[in-house]
Design a protein around this ligand. Structure first.
Ligand code: FAD
Length: 467
């Protein structure tokens, strides 16, 4: 495969700018087109969440691009979930029994800016802002853009086009509307939306609550979370139904009602939010959905990557991590030395689709776990047991959360199968009193392992039978 090939990337968000950097490092001629102004100089909101949880799969991609140290400077480690009950009492639930395993809060704007800076260092990478892709002619490998500055339209061609233009992808729409091949597409919305709020820093720039945690106020059918920022503020997100329940986005229409809701369910958070009303009525309420589609590519011409191929709900903190992992997997396929783009795209999708489907489903599971289960006694018992197993048998046990978040060398699909089987095994045994938490830990580890294996074997037999 010739290196001087021209690659056009649509969308300079997190995935697109990392992809441009990596392909630039590999010697390709890359043109990256972004519809927004340059995030590094324009005063615009990043569009989606202000900060995100970066974990090991994302960090592996940063290592691949040689920028891990620079990224770490932007990170605030979060060692666990700080659970806030309705009385305002806090309990820290570590993410893992292994101390070196934690997730990181990072600003979307700063991370995106760093990736653009690094990509731009390569002469063979050109970045164009204020250019919105309107459609892609995937048969002729050209894209139609609108230039927001000059208000004109133009067409660009390339050897291949890769769309990393997020959940509303223009290329995906062109696949769908083009009706030139069998394109499967599904989009499922949650009944819940989200709104971003904030805790401002203290007067001397400090944090108003514990910094090294992801704070959660889980209230069964809704929840509030907060992640720290480097300037001492927290970005707080309310996940709430659009129309169900006593309080919902549809009926929180007056200042009194919003205060009443927070007073009742998030009393301790409200004390940190003198700015609540302003945030609540200024910031938008946005929907949350899952996008699955296939195929991701058209012949050797075009490819979808990142959220454009697989948008997921944010409850595992994995959407960005998965999009970064896309780049790692794609890079590995390039290393295999295939002769043509069609084989590269096909091989990539074959490796990757099962894993992005798995993390999409896991993210929905975690929505329910975070809202309710974190407060539920049997789930806490399970969590305590898993923490003890991870701590005492660090090489021999990983919870589902750890498999997904800290085991970047196993696939999401594998993590899902094993993690779900472990969860089922432990919950069943706790419910049937077959596990005694006072028993010797080694005995409990063996029981959990045996029961997990049994479930995995049953699932395998059931699957073989079905086929
Ligand atoms: P995007 O980040 O959406 O970037 C797409 C880019 O393309 C943007 O710059 C956009 O302006 C540009 N673009 C769009 N259309 C066009 C067009 N037609 N022409 C040109 N440019 C275009 N993930 C995590 O890993 N951890 C988290 O903690 C986390 N928290 C989240 C919280 C919330 C509330 C939400 C909504 C998401 C969260 N995510 C999280 C998911 C994460 O935001 C996405 O998975 C990630 O942004 C995907 O990156 P991307 O580059 O594929 O898409």
């Amino acid at each position: 495969m010739k290196k001087q090939q021209n690659i056009l990337i649509i969308g300079a968000g997190l995935c697109g700018s990392l992809l441009a950097l990596r392909l630039g490092q590999r010697g390709y001629n890359v043109s990256l087109y972004e519809m927004r102004p340059d995030i590094r100089t324009a005063n615009i909101s990043a569009g989606r969440s202000i900060n995100l949880a970066l974990s090991d799969r994302g960090i592996k991609a940063m290592k691949l691009a040689g920028i891990e140290d620079k990224v770490r400077e932007l990170c605030i480690p979060m060692n666990g979930r700080m659970l806030h009950d309705i009385e305002g009492k806090m309990v820290m639930a570590p993410y893992s029994g292994r101390e070196h395993e934690y997730i990181n809060s990072i600003s979307r704007g700063l991370l995106n800016g760093l990736l653009l800076n690094e990509a731009e260092k390569h002469d063979n990478v050109k970045i164009h802002f204020n250019k919105k892709c309107k459609s892609v002619d995937f048969e002729n490998t050209t894209a139609l853009f609108k230039d927001y500055k000059s208000n004109t339209e133009f067409v660009e061609d390339a050897d291949v086009i890769i769309a990393t233009d997020g959940a509303g992808s223009a290329l995906r729409k062109s696949y769908y509307l083009g009706k030139k091949f069998l394109f499967s597409f599904s989009q499922e919305w949650l009944s819940h939306g989200y709104k971003e709020l904030s805790f401002l820093p203290t007067e001397n720039g400090g944090f108003k609550t514990y910094k090294n945690a992801l704070h959660i106020w889980g209230r069964d059918s809704f929840m509030l979370i907060a992640l720290p920022n480097l300037d001492g503020s927290f970005t707080v997100t309310l996940f709430l139904s659009y129309e169900d329940g006593e309080y919902n986005f549809g009926n929180l229409t007056t200042e009194e009602k919003v205060i009443e809701f927070f007073q009742k369910y998030f009393k301790d958070a409200l004390e940190l939010m003198p700015n609540l009303i302003e945030d609540f009525f200024t910031n938008p309420t946005s929907p949350l959905g899952t996008v699955k589609c296939s195929p991701w590519h058209y012949k050797g011409n075009t490819l979808l990557m990142g959220d454009a191929a697989h948008a997921i709900v944010p409850f595992y903190g994995q959407g960005m991590n998965a999009s970064f992992e896309d780049v790692t997997v794609f890079d590995k396929v390039l290393d295999e030395g295939h002769e043509d783009w069609e084989t590269i795209f096909k091989t990539y999708e074959k490796h990757r689709k099962r894993d992005t489907d798995a993390i999409a489903d896991l993210a929905i599971d975690n929505f329910h776990e975070m809202k309710g289960h974190v407060n539920n006694a049997i789930f806490r018992e399970k969590r305590n047991l898993e923490m003890a197993l991870e701590k005492n048998f660090p090489d021999n046990y990983s919870s589902k959360y750890s498999l997904v978040t800290f085991n970047e060398d196993i696939s999401y699909h594998e993590a899902m199968l094993k993690g779900r089987a472990q969860d089922k095994a432990i919950l069943n045994m706790l419910a049937d009193k077959e596990l005694d938490l006072n028993d010797d830990l080694k005995t409990n580890l063996e029981k959990v392992k045996a029961a997990t294996q049994e479930i995995l074997d049953e699932d395998r037999v059931a699957k073989d039978f079905k086929h």
